[in-house]
Design a binder for this molecule. Sequence first.
Ligand SMILES: Cc1ncc(COP(=O)(O)O)c(C=O)c1O
Length: 455
Amino acid sequence: MPPSAAAPSPAGSLAPQAEIPNDLEAFWMPFTPNRSFKKNPRMITRAKDMFYFTPEGRAVMDGTAGLWCTNAGHNREPIVAAIQAQAAELDYAPAFQFGHPKAFSVASRIAALAPGDLDHVFFANSGSEAVDTALKIAIAYNNVRGQGTRTRLIGRERGYHGVGFGGISVGGIVSNRKQFGTLLAGVDHLPHTYNRQEQAFTKGEPDWGAHLADELERIVTLHDASTVAAVIVEPMAGSTGVLPPPKGYLQRLRAICDRHGILLIFDEVISGFGRLGFGFAAERYGVVPDMICFAKGVTSGTVPMGGVVVRKPIYDAFMRGPEHVIELFHGYTYSAHPLACAASLAALDVYRDEDLFGHVLRMEPVWAEAIHALRDLPNVLDIRTVGLVAAIDLASRPDAVGARAYEAMDRCFREHDLMVRITGDTIALTPPLIISETQIGDIADKLKRLLTTLH
Ligand SMILES: Cc1ncc(COP(=O)(O)O)c(C=O)c1O
């Protein structure tokens, strides 16, 4: 069972505080309006289980598992101990030409979680690197199997695949693309799957929209299948504001890819490691992709790690030629970093021992009920829930798109002791998987109080 749900005692919140810097200028903060933040910072110095703590010791409920990553909750003893022990035993080892045992153990554990014959794991350090690795493997695989004309990559509107050039090229979030020039050549996009008129206030996967997968046929016809290497989608589009796949959509994509010899890549950086109640969303949806990108929950967010799980025939296609020659010219200094491997093994143990993926499935209806109960509050246009994920779309202020959700996020933190994420005017919620029924109610109550007074 998940650990105790209660907020830590006041004594706990008086633990030694981190020193607060008096100059915030040097840090160029990512995906943050720097000037607003530095005028009025939202600072965090400590965390435990479901809570963050401000420098003053105020407990803030984590409604976002950090950035959708601390799935086991914060500062869990077994994970902390594993990282500490690993740092003392083997701080670093190269993964080029040498190996350390935990790298092989984690790869086996992740492969065992993945469906079908997805049984080889290439390690990176983030979701962005995982995505670029998968795209490169897709193109290189076609090259080694004698289909080198297949270089085209197909993503989806509103998709988020990290911030590398590969990821933003196949991604479909306009703000993440428009400042960065011409991006990768030879990329096309499927339409996104959201239609408010047809899908508003859906719990789980919407009934409407499977036919949108057929757009892949049109794109393949336009370019010819012989030029297309891979299609990449998030099974559940997260960062764009939570778009669960329409029922049957992913199955249709799989069938079209099979018909044309195109690889299907699932970007499970968010949906992996229990977020939707399974090791990977591929299992929830009964669709076996050719590659799965992962990161975040693989170490419960404690040490950076990402990677790609690939199907056996893809790995096997590279395993030929002279045995002293490198088969894939790709890798990172920190691929399979010992601290990340130790953290991952411990996190995977916690997921298994506490049956956290099962807990998500048990909590899913409670979560959906609690969040959908907010539907009639002012400015709420739509609510979507799936697994332990939710999005609340707010009406935009006519002259300031994004301002209402920004205020919601800020006031949640300062006035309601709750951390939420926002994208545009959408509030996204993705708590650690250890959340209790009572804490789900607490989050809904806090949001109700906020939304009632947000103008
Ligand atoms: C689906 C998906 N892919 C890739 C990424 C990028 O991961 P990272 O920020 O670790 O590079 C994210 C991050 O949120 C994501 O949601």
